[in-house]
Write a protein of this length. Structure first.
Length: 220
């Protein structure tokens, strides 16, 4: 294992399908860092909304977010909501459809960002999402913005879905990804954008290994 300092923050942002979760998880394993999947936290809040039949901007949902406990186990592989494992629920189509609306509510973001910053204070971390380099950890030691063409990102997502026996066309996946990009990039609060001091990596023609090696070479 390569060595890295005791309080180092690596932040990665990028759109859905840019490879940031897989890359961040691998870098975390190779460097012995804590891995923070920030999208999973917005997904957990979406589970709360669906369970309670609550709209994203309802005061009840915000109260539940303030009162709930979201924790990670097994270095980010398992997410617990009030001590219950919701790792499978957060990836369901119902959550996919609603999470962008939940993630655009400023008061919810405020609570989740506080939580992420607390986790970041606990030791060396690699965190990925949409606003990690801009809002959550603006002073991160290393910042990366991963991107890839919409078609390439849709192909990656299609391969994942086909592996789960989901029957869907490339065009439909591309449309879903474009719609989510649009929501993430144009929302009023913390829109997805590359921080001025982030290293931009186009992963369209790169393998996961190549991106992982690139990041490790930059930070070690
Ligand atoms: O990375 P993901 O697909 O799990 O993210 C789910 C949603 O949450 C996505 O629509 C963007 C949003 N999100 C966000 O607004 N801010 C983050 N830091 C991470 C995710």
């Amino acid at each position: 294992m390569k060595k890295i300092g005791s309080q180092v923050t690596i932040a990665i942002d990028g759109p859905a399908g840019s490879g940031k979760s897989t890359v961040a998880r691998r870098v975390a394993e190779e460097l012995g860092l804590l891995y923070l999947d920030s999208g999973a936290m917005y997904r957990a809040v979406t589970v709360l909304a669906i369970r309670g039949g609550l709209t994203a901007d309802s005061p009840e949902l915000l109260e539940q977010v303030k009162a709930c406990h979201i924790e990670f186990e097994d270095n980010g592989k398992t997410i617990l909501l009030n001590a219950k494992d919701i790792s499978v629920q957060i990836r369901t189509p119902a959550v996919n459809r609603r999470v962008a609306d939940v993630a655009k509510v400023p008061e919810i973001r405020h609570e989740i960002v506080k939580h992420q910053q607390r986790i970041g204070g606990e030791g060396s971390i690699i965190a990925e999402g949409r606003d990690l380099t801009t809002i959550v950890f603006p002073n991160a030691d290393f910042k990366f913005y991963l991107d890839a063409s919409v078609t390439e990102r849709a192909k990656r997502r299609l391969a994942e879905l086909q592996a789960q026996n989901v029957n869907i066309t490339l065009a439909a996946v591309e449309a879903e990804i474009s719609a989510r990009d649009e929501k993430d990039k144009t929302r009023a609060h913390s829109p997805l954008r590359a921080a001025g001091d982030a290293i931009v990596v186009d992963t369209t023609d790169k393998t996961i290994n190549e991106v992982v090696d690139f990041i490790i070479a930059k930070v070690c």
